[in-house]
Design a protein around this ligand. Sequence first.
Ligand code: FE2
Ligand code: FE2
Length: 240
Amino acid sequence: MNLLTYIMHLAGTGAATYYISTQIRDSKTRPNVLAGLQLSEASSVPFLSLLSERAAKEGNTWLAEKLAKHALDETKHSRIFAHALKQMNKQAVEDQPHLEAESTSKQKPSPFFLAYFDGYTLEELKPTVINWDVFLGSTYILELDSSKDYKTMAKVLPENELSTRNLKKGLLSIAEDEASHAAYLYEGMMQRMSINQVQKLVDDWRIRKVNSIFRMATSVFQNDNNARSISQDIEIIKNT
Ligand SMILES: [Fe+2]
Ligand SMILES: [Fe+2]
């Protein structure tokens, strides 16, 4: 990684963390952040479970077990956010069964995802065929950064309410899990290649992350006016 990429990494990560920290600290914007996190944590579970099955079929029991545990952890993370939202009488829009049933179009990949995996087709990124090095390198960077982001979010939450104190604890436990995911992914890379090759792979994905954060930031600014809320009040239906 060259110096410019490194500086852009610090600036991009810093800006993204600053933005999400201000959003989670403010009780008005907090539900939307939590809903986004709940959905993104849950969205990785089917992918990880299928990868675990594939690793088992390929005879890599070590990786199959790590991936199965990873999928369980992400399910747990999603539940932590769902619980925090429930305490605020909110729930994520896509968590509502009636909306799910009505939705006809499949979830579109985010601008971040498209930029991060630039040059790969969606077909190539499916769990049944994805190149293991691509999976390990790309996911390692995301897990490593998310562990730091969750720690920062926990730090900025106010401590004066029981619900935010609980959320803080939840965020810290998630941060620990994400760090353990990064650790096994790194170990997975070390099992497959030399330390120099690992470093090169990690650097490549770091550069992709930096570039995609900047591209996503541009797209967010452009679409700011069309932003929609992804959390909704829970409707309490009285039985009459
Ligand atoms: Fe997670
Ligand atoms: Fe994770």
